[in-house]
Every structure is written in structure tokens, then in C-alpha cells.
Design a protein around this ligand. Structure first.
Ligand code: DGY
Length: 315
């Protein structure tokens, strides 16, 4: 094994990941905002949060052999720049599909059925008696779900939704006839999906094509009873348009596991609305999944340092 040193991004690696890395690694603390401290003697990078890793950083770490991302989405890494420099980039696909799909369903149910508002109310002095006219939500079972991005995670969302007797539409850049046959989902153009869905779930990667994919025009197409779920990346949604749509009741609600920026500034107007449920990027945050993500991150790192192909490479 190499005697490599590893810079750590953001707030640092959690104890469990440090333990998994073991004593052979010297962990160099690295803070994206303090660029001057980028450790030039590092041989590998683990990105744990979502710090920006661009060509400029790569050039400041001349012995860099591998970038190992703890997570599947690599929109914060300039993968093209890494490729040009022949630095492999690893990520953790597959292991988090189920937990992220579970979280999509959690947000769908929480938003539609007033779980968070209901919890606050049930704890408050205002809850003095059971009133059947209070907090009437939208029924998930039997409704129509539109999935934007029927990839690995989107497929898992579809399977769960079908178990709730939902009709499932999907939109991808390319129609996926195999998924249609295997799952019983129906392709729709983005506009038709927005018009017909009771719930719109964003499960696509963040790319130049999906940045601000959902904005004022798109909210205008959704049902007034429609609920938007974003479990992908914040910038897929224009947040000014989202606030306007929620505030004016153009749409009924939103469930957001990701935002732009993330976290939202504490005085952001979205935080004052009751028809939005926000969670702090918990898509893959379950014990089994996070443990597997750490293992894959370390395996990718070790392979790259040894000059071997990464088991899970995205370049
Ligand atoms: C992912 O895997 O992309 C999650 O968002 C955590 O980074």
C-alpha cells in the first residue's frame, strides 16, 4: 500500500471513515474556502461533502493520483479536467438507490399528508381535540407520479410508487422502452408530465441541461394541487420561481431534500412557508447505505493510489 496522504474536504471526514482508512493514511485537513491551505503533497482526495474540485485545485496537488467521491453525484467535480490530467474519479453508484428512493417516498408522504405541520400542531397548545376537518392532505395512493430522470434511483422510486397503486409517468432525454416493459411506466414529454402529474419527482443528475429545468414556465404547467419533490440537486429548480409558485399557491407544495444554495440562508423566504418540507440532504443517509458508501469510497481511493482501475469510476 502506498504511504499516501489524503486531504479532507469541507468539515472533515467522520470518525467512521477515518477508522476505515486506517493508520496508513495521513489525513490532511482541507477547507475549500481556505484555498491556500490546499495540501500540495497529497496523493489522493476524498470529497465527503460537496466542495468544488476543479482543474485549478488539481494543478496545486501535483502528485494527485485519484479523486474519490463519497456519493454518486459528481456535479461538484470537474470530471473533464480530471480526465485531461489522467486523474481517475471514483463515486458510489448503486448502493444508495434504495435509500434515496425511500427518502423520495418519505418526502412525498410528509408533504402530501401534512406530517411536519401535523407534528408541530400535535405538540402545540392549540391541539385540544380531534377535528376531522383539520389538515386534510392529498392522497398519495392512486395518484399520478411523474419522475424526471428514470435512472437507477428513478426506477426504485417507480417501484415504490407502483406499490402505492400510483400511475407512473417518466421523462428522460431518451425513451426507455425496457423500463416501460419491465416496470409498467409510461413515457411523457416534460410538459405533459408536468400537466398530468399530482407529484413531480426530480431524480435526475445536475448537468448544464438540467440546471433550472423547473422554473416559472414549468410551475405554470403543473396542477394547482401538484407537489414538487426535489431529491436530486438544488440548482435543478429555479428557487425564486419555486418560492413564487408556493407562496401564490400556484402549486400545492414541495418536498426538498436539496436546495440552492445549500443550506439556504437562514432568512430565505422559503423557510417561512408551511407548504414546503425541507430536509438537509438526507437522500442516502441510512446506516447501511452510508456504511457501504464509505467502503466504496475507500476502495476507490486505494485502487487509484495503487494505479489500478477504480472499481467504481466515473471517468
Ligand atoms: C449523492 O450520492 O450524490 C448524494 O447526494 C450525497 O453526495
Amino acid at each position: 500500500m502506498s504511504d499516501a496522504t489524503i486531504p479532507i474536504m469541507g468539515d472533515g471526514l467522520p470518525p467512521a471513515l477515518r477508522e476505515m482508512l486506517g493508520p496508513e493514511f495521513e489525513i490532511l485537513e482541507w477547507d475549500e474556502s481556505a484555498k491556500s491551505t490546499a495540501p500540495s503533497r497529497a496523493a489522493g482526495i476524498i470529497t465527503y461533502g460537496h466542495p468544488h474540485v476543479g482543474g485549478e485545485l488539481m494543478d496545486r496537488v501535483p502528485n494527485l493520483k485519484v479523486i474519490s467521491n463519497h456519493g454518486v453525484g459528481v456535479d461538484h467535480i470537474d470530471v473533464g479536467a480530471a480526465k485531461e490530467r489522467k486523474i481517475p474519479v471514483g463515486n458510489t453508484p448503486g448502493c444508495l438507490d434504495a435509500s434515496t428512493a425511500d427518502m423520495t417516498m418519505a418526502l412525498m408522504l410528509a408533504t402530501a399528508r401534512n406530517v411536519v405541520v401535523g407534528d408541530r400542531f400535535a405538540r402545540s397548545p392549540e391541539f385540544t381535540h380531534y377535528d376531522p376537518s383539520q389538515l386534510i392532505g392529498y392522497e398519495v395512493s392512486g395518484s399520478t407520479l411523474g419522475i424526471v430522470g428514470l435512472g437507477r434511483i428513478g426506477r426504485q422510486v417507480a417501484k415504490r410508487a407502483l406499490a402505492f397503486d400510483m400511475k407512473v409517468l417518466y421523462h428522460n432525454r431518451k425513451r426507455d422502452e425496457q423500463a416501460e416493459r419491465e416496470l409498467g411506466v409510461t413515457y411523457a414529454s416534460l410538459d405533459d408530465l408536468l400537466r398530468q402529474s399530482d407529484f413531480v419527482s426530480l431524480n435526475c443528475p445536475l448537468t448544464p441541461d438540467t440546471t433550472n429545468l423547473i422554473g416559472k414556465r414549468e410551475f405554470g404547467l403543473m396542477k394547482s394541487t401538484g407537489i414538487l419533490l426535489n431529491i436530486a440537486r438544488g440548482p435543478v429548480v429555479d428557487h425564486d420561481a419555486l418560492f413564487a409558485a408556493l407562496n401564490s399557491k400556484r402549486i400545492a407544495g414541495a418536498g426538498l431534500d436539496v436546495t440552492s444554495p445549500e443550506p439556504l440562508p437562514r432568512n430565505h423566504p422559503l423557510l417561512g412557508l408551511t407548504n414546503v418540507v425541507i430536509t438537509p440532504h438526507l437522500g442516502s443517509a441510512s446506516n447501511r447505505t452510508r456504511n457501504r458508501m464509505m467502503q466504496m469510497t475507500v476502495e476507490n481511493l486505494r485502487a487509484g493510489l495503487e494505479g489500478k482501475p477504480l472499481p467504481w469510476a466515473c471517468t
